[in-house]
Ligand binder design. Structure first.
Ligand code: NAP
Ligand code: 8YV
Length: 337
């Protein structure tokens, strides 16, 4: 089945009448802070990458920024150094690290990488959910430690019979919902808007979702409104049988409240891919036996990272060839308003 990215790629290849630029004429793009070779190689025919240090030493010529890290803040203090900046191409669908409002106010377009990672992140969310509910890593450690010969692994809770609440039924959230439903498990969700065309139960508030479900999967973007939305109150509403899975951003969860709830039995368990402090999360998480912890690997398969990297490059290429960005963020729509 053709994806939206395939369609974009086809559209792009139908415009290949533009001759490749000579090395001298390629737009200069600052790379923050590093990217795998396959991204650099895909970019090489269309732009000349400069390291952040090189770019900051000679900022006048820089026309684009390739933002590879989900953590490196790119705000006025960095982007404001480049007087001729036109585009920030972010690697990742979540672009909370980039100050898109500053970019909008300064005529700089921001692009991100939606769609191409939805299935991968949703697959990982389901893996994390099953691992947390059925204690898969704990059982693996039990066997490796030779404890099986002493006694069978203790019985766990079950996914079956639960209702899974998805906070943020967007591109990724919908893929998660489809997978959860295929397991024969009920799905509810909370967004600001009802999605009448979808068969899942809508909750008008996050507290109502937490109150009525016993699994909460977080898939909202990190914004000022969603910061610490998973609060002590929401965790209390989720309750002692409740399970939290977060594949969104750490800032959406009040981690102090989560650690307290996990310690006290306020909720049953948590499966986390993202943290407020990456790559050094609060060490308390690793001391708890009712957590399953992943190092922000939602999209981290080779094919998906290649597709994301290609979309970053396709955005830069299309923009600098005068065809506009392919996947601008809502704050910097194209054509410009
Ligand atoms: P999306 O399509 O924009 O979906 C976001 C959903 O959240 C929308 O349905 C939106 O619906 C809802 N939402 C936004 N603000 C809300 C609020 N204040 N209250 C309630 N609902 C709200 O985004 P996506 O492509 O699915 O990506 C979601 C996020 O996943 C990204 O922003 C990123 O942070 C994270 N992510 C993580 C990984 C990883 O490796 N772990 C990988 C990819 C993405 P309404 O507008 O109707 O509210
Ligand atoms: C990546 C992500 O970890 O897309 C996102 O929002 O968080 C992930 O896909 C990241 O962007 C890698 O650079």
């Amino acid at each position: 089945m053709a994806t939206r990215h395939d369609e974009r790629a086809a559209a792009l290849s139908s415009h290949t009448t533009v001759a490749p630029r000579s090395a001298m004429n390629r737009p200069l793009v600052a790379l923050y802070d590093n990217a795998p070779d396959f991204v650099r190689e895909a970019a090489a025919p269309y732009v000349t990458l400069r390291s952040a240090a090189e770019a900051e030493a000679e900022p006048q010529g820089i026309r684009g920024v390739l933002s590879y890290s989900p953590r490196r803040p790119l705000d006025a203090s960095v982007l404001g150094r480049f007087p001729n900046l036109q585009i920030v191409a972010h690697h990742g669908v979540g672009y909370d690290a980039v100050d898109a409002n500053w970019c909008a106010a300064h005529g700089v377009v921001v692009t991100h990488t939606p769609d191409v990672l939805d299935a991968e992140v949703a697959d990982l969310a389901l893996g994390l959910l099953l691992a947390t509910v059925r204690q898969i890593p704990q059982a693996d450690r039990y066997l490796r430690a030779g404890q099986w010969a002493t006694a069978p692994y203790p019985l766990t809770t079950s996914l079956q019979g639960r209702e899974v609440g998805i906070f943020g039924l967007g591109r990724i959230g919908r893929e998660i919902a489809r997978r959860v439903a295929a397991f024969g498990v009920a799905v509810a969700y909370h967004n600001r808007r009802v999605l009448a065309e979808l068969p899942y139960r809508y909750c008008a508030s996050l507290s109502a979702l937490a109150q009525t479900c016993d699994v909460l999967i977080v898939a909202v973007p990190a914004t000022a409104q969603t910061r610490h939305a998973i609060s002590a109150d929401v965790l209390r509403a989720l309750g002692p049988n409740g399970i939290l899975v977060n594949v969104s951003r750490g800032s959406v969860v009040d981690e102090a409240a989560l650690i307290a709830a996990l310690r006290s039995g306020g909720i049953l368990a948590a499966g986390l891919d993202v943290y407020e402090h990456e790559p050094t999360p609060d060490p308390a998480f690793a001391t708890l036996s009712n957590t399953v912890l992943l190092p922000h690997v939602g999209s981290a398969s080779l094919p998906t990272r290649r597709a994301m990297g290609q979309l970053v490059v396709d955005n830069l290429r299309a923009f600098f060839e005068g065809r506009g960005p392919l996947t601008p963020v809502p704050e910097t729509p194209w054509p410009r308003r």
